[in-house]
Design a protein around this ligand. Structure first.
Ligand code: NDP
Length: 445
């Protein structure tokens, strides 16, 4: 079956799942040439089997809020593909979560995990529960209720979840505690765990650091580096915070960050002290980014807007999917942006990607540039299996090496005859080939 036919069939089969169809269409559009070189793939109907998740688990989560009201949310786990290793992928708690979003994320995760060079399949899960505005006790009760169903479907050699939007160290800790109580087992069942109970050093930093290591590699292809570059960052959560930290270490000047209510622009740059303020504000006080402009009056808060219309050298979206539209992409290009590196998953809509590629600027999709998070999750699994803990330096060195390898693979499969590196194609083809070969070897299952 041709790629376009597969997409049409999926549209009919899964109506009302636009993000999933968007992700599948984007990938299939770039791997078609490679796919056509392998008639054996076609015979095994490989593409259709690779696009449809192995398993979709959907459940009700009931919990009691602080006022004694019984609340109901939906819980999901999408086990997309385990051809190259146990299912692996984050859990997202956000009010926007639905089946379509989690299916797109699980599909993307399969390619991303393949790119890391580590043995991990692809999965994603979550709930339409939002931790925003909830007390610690409510978050704990929700996490326990969620795990009281999920525990049946996961295991260290079966499926190993991690964090994502709305799921950080606190939530992972509560879920781990419930898993342990239900199973009587202390296992490496989640990654992103606390340092005291099996967590890997550098895991919190990994996605942001990896994003900047990748960016550095992209700039190097043009004989450039991060020194003195101004950068627009979106988000103010885990990925944004450690992206900013690494940008500062490498001499760049981050100008913005955001949350779902708006963004701040700081013309003086966000320095280490201001970053520490953001971390305290978002991770401890669980406040809003507009408070930054009250603390640092030179900064301006823009309610309900995104940072892409400011002038800078580089943009790195680190909040959520579809946050750069065509208009924003055109503004970035007009303002002279030279590189866009995605910390978030699928933050750029297809028309905007085309704008970047037509302008021949450096543009990398999240499945390559944000793969550092899951890569260190893979390293956490290894440490848990070994019952050992590696030093910060050891983990950071491995993360850096993995990001370099991913970049090299993108260059290998994505370099066009005119020399332009199509990172989208490179990442998709490299990720696809490994999974496809494993699926072929394992027969029709
Ligand atoms: P966090 O929950 O720590 O932070 C998310 C940030 O994005 C918050 O500032 C949040 O604002 C903002 N945000 C969330 N939804 C929206 C929205 N609809 N519109 C505008 N802003 C929004 O999540 P992470 O930093 O972990 O994740 C960010 C992105 O990175 C996601 O796309 C995730 O899938 C991806 N990613 C994360 C990895 C990880 O290791 N954590 C690994 C690889 C990818 P608010 O506080 O208002 O909700």
């Amino acid at each position: 079956m041709k790629a376009t036919e597969v997409v049409e069939k999926l549209k009919t089969r899964f109506p009302g799942e636009p993000e999933y169809i968007q992700a599948v269409s984007q990938v299939l559009g770039t791997i078609e040439d490679e796919y056509n070189k392998h008639p054996e793939f076609e015979k095994a109907n490989l593409i259709e089997r690779l696009c449809i998740p192995d398993r979709v688990i959907e459940f009700r989560v009931s919990w009691v809020d602080d006022k004694g009201n019984v609340q109901t949310n939906m819980g999901y786990r999408i086990q997309h593909n385990n051809a190259i290793g146990p299912y692996k992928g984050g859990i997202r708690y956000h009010k926007s979560v639905n089946l379509s979003i989690l299916k797109f994320l699980a599909f993307e995760q399969t390619f991303k995990n393949s790119l890391t060079t580590l043995p991990m399949g692809g999965a994603k899960g979550g709930s339409d529960f939002s931790p925003r505005g909830k007390s610690d006790a409510e978050v704990m009760r929700f996490c326990q209720a969620f795990m009281s169903e999920l525990y049946r479907h996961i295991g260290p050699d079966e499926d190993v979840p991690a964090g994502d939007i709305g799921v950080g160290g606190r939530e992972v800790g509560y879920m781990f505690g419930m898993y342990k109580k239900l199973t009587h087992q202390f296992q490496g069942i989640l990654t992103g765990k606390g340092q005291e109970f099996g967590g890997s050093l550098i895991r919190p930093e990994a996605t942001g650091y990896g994003n900047v290591y990748f960016l550095e590699n992209m700039l190097k292809t043009r004989g450039d580096n991060l020194k003195g570059k101004t950068v627009l960052v979106s988000g103010a959560g885990n990925v944004a915070q450690y992206t900013i930290e690494k940008l500062l270490q490498l001499g760049a000047k981050p100008l913005t960050c955001s949350d779902s209510d708006g963004y701040i622009y700081d013309p003086d740059g966000i320095d280490e002290k201001k970053l520490a303020y953001i971390m305290e504000l978002k991770n401890v006080e669980r406040g809003r980014i507009k408070e930054y402009a009250e603390e640092y009056p030179n900064a301006v808060y823009h309610e309900g807007e995104k940072p892409w219309f400011e002038k800078a050298d580089i943009a790195t979206p680190c909040a959520t999917q579809n946050e750069i539209n065509e208009e924003a992409a055109k503004a970035l290009v007009a303002n002279g942006v030279i590189a866009v590196s995605e910390g978030a998953n699928m933050p750029t809509v297809p028309a905007a990607i085309k704008v970047f590629q037509d302008a021949k600027i450096l543009y990398c999709p999240g499945k390559a540039s944000n793969a550092g998070g899951v890569a260190v999750s893979g390293l956490e699994m290894t440490q848990n299996s070994e019952r050992l803990k590696w030093s910060r330096e050891q983990v950071d060195e491995k993360l850096h090496a993995i990001m370099n390898d991913i970049h090299e693979n993108c260059v290998k499969y994505g370099t066009q005859p005119d020399g332009y590196i199509n990172y989208v194609k490179g990442a998709n083809v490299a990720g696809f080939l490994k999974v496809a070969k494993a699926m072929m070897a394992q027969g029709i299952v």
